[in-house]
Design a protein. Structure first.
Length: 128
């Protein structure tokens, strides 16, 4: 197993499955955006947007690339996705997750014959 910033590939993949996190990564893939632009584009409150930004930054999948002035003249951070590739495969009875983000690889696998696994996720109620 290879970890990036303390999160394994399954943790990162679960984060990517969150609809708001996935949308943030998609929106910031082509161009840098500030939190206000992201919040408006996704239609979620700023607090929920900042929570996702913190989680994605912590996982190494989003980074602050620049600062800009908002319409009110305030300095705001601009964010870009660092995800280059993500794949999930079933190989020889093992579920394999590989993610390349921020120039680093994260991979993990689990034997599907083992008891309870990541396939039995319990998802906490999400905000936003």
């Amino acid at each position: 197993m290879t970890e990036v910033l303390g999160m394994d590939a399954f943790d990162n993949f679960r984060l990517m499955l969150d609809q708001h996190s996935a949308r943030i990564l998609t929106l910031t893939e082509e161009r840098a955006m500030n939190a206000s632009e992201i919040s408006e584009a996704i239609g979620i409150p700023m607090a929920a947007c900042y929570r996702r930004i913190r989680m994605l930054k912590g996982a190494g999948m989003l980074r602050e690339v620049d600062k800009a002035l908002s319409e009110g003249g305030k300095s705001v951070a601009l964010y870009r996705s660092t995800v280059e590739k993500a794949e999930v495969a079933l190989m020889g009875g093992r579920l394999v997750v590989r993610i390349r983000a921020n120039g680093e690889d994260s991979s993990d696998s689990i034997d599907l014959g083992e008891g309870p696994s990541m396939l039995h996720w319990s998802q906490a109620k999400e905000d936003g």
